[in-house]
Design a protein around this ligand. Structure first.
Ligand code: NCD
Length: 311
């Protein structure tokens, strides 16, 4: 298989093909075996990754930092930019030039839609989008698809349910597009009317011959889902806190709902959860968010970094 990631930024799933994803999944499998056997590889010895998070991050930040270390490289860890020159008013394009002078690759999370591609224009090293406002989160899409691929024989016959804040949730934007490229044909989108999947994403999926069902009721749809992908209502994107309060617990996954779900279904969540999955679900064998999904983020991000930095 061909490495189409080498020396390129990863900004959007739009630029990724099915073959590209399978390339990452295969490499993630190999790296997982190496980590289990030896803890690390020395593939990227001497390479430096800068992780710049202008927005809070736990898993994405830590898994990228761990990934570069397990590949033998070093890192510049900035989780929060308040102690950097950004606080003095440095522009995004200047910050891109600064970190390009020190790092071989930059991981960037930023609250503004489109900011990561703007940053990448001024950077002289590859940039990975770790979330640009409510638009995209491509590496999360890779790790979620990888996790799904481990539980189903093919992507063609599964029905993917995406639940919660589909308007502002960047993970579901990237994930629905990547899954459609991998062959998923049926999606069920569950959200309050105000937080529906953006129309351009729905029409893009329809152009790829996907069947989309949109509903406000999780209760009546959960039994049809193979994947139950729960999301948090994105508090930080609401200008009116009262509107957030109204919708924050629109969907709560509990035992009685899970009784209606298929025994072969799986439950995913990019995390953090803030009430939309009750703790009583954590011990259900179908709940993979703590058990597999997060750890897969490490292997998949190792594969992405290695593909970008090594031909
Ligand atoms: C997500 C994000 O930042 O978009 N978190 C993550 O990266 N695992 C989801 C969220 O914050 O709700």
């Amino acid at each position: 298989m061909k490495n189409n990631f080498y020396n390129k930024s990863l900004i959007s799933i739009k630029s990724v093909s099915k073959e590209d994803s399978l390339y990452i999944f295969e490499m993630a499998d190999k790296l997982k075996n190496e980590v289990i056997k030896k803890g690390k590889t020395n593939d990227l010895e001497g390479k430096i990754l800068a992780a710049l998070c202008y927005e809070p991050s736990s898993r994405t930040f830590s898994s990228f930092i761990t990934a570069i270390q397990r590949l033998g490289g070093g890192f510049i860890p900035l989780n929060g930019m308040e102690h950097t020159s950004v606080a003095k008013g440095e522009t995004i394009s200047d910050t891109a030039k600064v970190f390009s002078s020190y790092a071989d690759i930059i991981v960037l999370r930023h609250p503004v839609v489109g900011s990561v591609s703007e940053f990448a224009k001024s950077a002289t090293v590859p940039v990975i989008n770790a979330g640009d406002g409510s638009r995209e989160h491509p590496t999360q899409a890779f790790l979620d698809s990888y996790t799904i691929g481990k539980h189903f024989k093919s992507f063609e016959n599964i029905t993917v349910g995406l639940v919660g804040d589909l308007l502002y949730g960047r993970t579901v934007h990237s994930l629905s597009l990547l899954l459609s490229k991998l062959g998923v044909k049926k999606f069920i989108f569950i959200s309050p009317d105000l937080l529906k999947m953006p129309p351009e994403i729905v029409s893009g999926l329809k152009m790829l011959n996907c069947e989309i069902t949109e509903s406000e009721s999780l209760d009546s749809s959960i039994g049809n889902m193979d994947i139950i992908y729960m999301t948090r209502v994105q508090k930080e994107r609401f200008s009116d806190i009262l509107v957030y309060e109204k919708y924050k617990l629109a969907y709560i996954l509990n035992k009685s709902l899970m009784q209606k779900a298929k025994s072969s279904s799986i439950v995913l969540h990019p995390l953090p959860r803030v009430g939309e999955i009750l703790e009583e679900i954590d011990s259900d064998p179908r709940a993979l968010y703590f058990r597999e999904e997060m750890r897969n983020g490490l292997y998949v991000r190792m594969a992405i970094i290695k593909s970008i930095l090594m031909q």
